[in-house]
Design a protein around this ligand. Sequence first.
Ligand code: ZN
Length: 606
Amino acid sequence: MTKQSEAIYYQVSIKNAHAHLFGVTCTVECPDPRGQIVELPSWIPGSYMIRDFAKNIVTLSASTVTGKLVVNRHGKSSWLIEGCSGPLVIEYEVYSWDLSVRTAYLDQFRGYFNGTSLFLSVKGKESLPCMIEIAQTPELIAKNWSLVTAMRAVEVNRFGFGSYSCENYDELIDHPVEMAQVKEGMFLAEGVRHRVVFSGRTDVDIECVCADLQKICEYQIRFFGPPAPIQDYLFLTLVVGSGYGGLEHRASTSLICNRDDLPRYTDKHISEGYRSFLGLCSHEYFHTWNIKRIKPERFFPYDLSKESHTKLLWVFEGFTSYYDELILLRSGVIEQESYLELLAQSITRMLRGSGRFKQSVSDSSFDAWTKFYKQDENAPNAIVSYYIKGALIALLIDLSIRKETASHSSLDDVMHYLWLEYGQLDIGIGENEMADIIKKATGVDLTTQLENWVSGTEELPLNEFLVEFGVEMVLQPAQSQQDKGGKLINSESCPPPLSLGARYKSSALGIELTHVFDAGSAQLAGLAQGDELIALDGIRLDSDKVESIISHAAEGSVIKVHAFRRDELLQFDLYPVKAPLDTCVLKVIDSVTDRVSKHRSAWLGC
Ligand code: ZN
């Protein structure tokens, strides 16, 4: 790579794939002569948990042309290198064995990393341009690996290996890099090139995925208003047997999905799994605007050394979660019935946790670092998701604005306003600014409503709003652990069952309780998370039949439960109580007034 002054140079190599070690060399042309501090971030933007990536640096040494330098520890994620004069070269190895989209992974079949795991920041020089070189060795040629990233290529070969550049450190850590044998597709949306890349074993119908993503991306670019804030976009997906997740970046997203969720050449219809994959893509793509560019004031700039609390994640994750599925409908990828099923499933997820009566969505945002990202067995009883409740508040805001303005305005106008007045201008949103923004964007004052919905813990008035848009919310008991909601049951043929009031998984001897819900039969009987149930009424427990035994017990009867807690065998009296009406179905109301019908058409676009 040709060196220029005033830049930080990084070279990445595969040091030892079997030991999962990347080798990195960082060269600082003009280090701080008083001692140069270098540091790795403690968290990655978009995933609000302290992960201390520096723990994966196994060895680190520094030198100049005159020889080795003394390296001192400076903090949990930083080093102080003294005696720097002239170009400083830091060499280190990074252990990379995490399959998630948040860190780094390396074996003989695949290499992947986020800059937050591999690139040290050079204190005081974070605004300098960065040059990155990843060479294609004979070994990598033999493996037929390609290098895929949204970083700007300076000089690369046809496999993507070579040199790249970034404007500064902030950009450097916002472009994940994949090295593997990949399947690649491409499409244009509003003139912007979009690459769709899969690694991992898959026989995905890539043309089908590209055709669907094209509709979604075109819709979103038009939604915020062209031109798109990207010149090139990359959907980077790792395909695994079982996994789901994604992380947004400024010009790409890194995703993990189930092999079986992807469409194959013989598939004729959109499966539930593929619908959820498209929803994930739509979600991460919407973040290109909403969180990567429209941001809370608290993230200007990011402080990656410690937690950065904001009460606004319900706007960034919640609004994005509302639009990700709505855009599947609006862009014509799914039908209205399918959309209402997805919305009903979101409502169901919120109704399944009594934590919604204890934690506001504003607190949930603020405490994401210690609660949402560190969920334990009591999470359903203690916290509410800023994704799900945030999405349902977005729905209420949308319907409120539509109602007040006879459907002339909507939440769409709020998003446009946020993009024009904040995102495009690099202005952050203040912690208490949302009600003002909605009023400025639409003329509708929702200050009191937001106070209740965002800072309060009362049930959201969903049905009250939905009926005015010709949609009825029906609540029924869950039919099984697998019942996600959205599908109507015939209540006459199927009386409301009783329930265990717990979530569980199969175990060696029966079932193990993973979550015990407030005021459910299990909690009332004194059963706890981790208990292994082995017999009901003296009969060995068949994990497939637990629900049917309990749901068909006579109300008021007692079931003797034998269970192990740790290694002690205990007996409990379980009085099954009625399953809560926590499973939502949304029905389109057939006979509605013209006004309601117009509202519904404007909202759902059909
Ligand atoms: Zn998100």
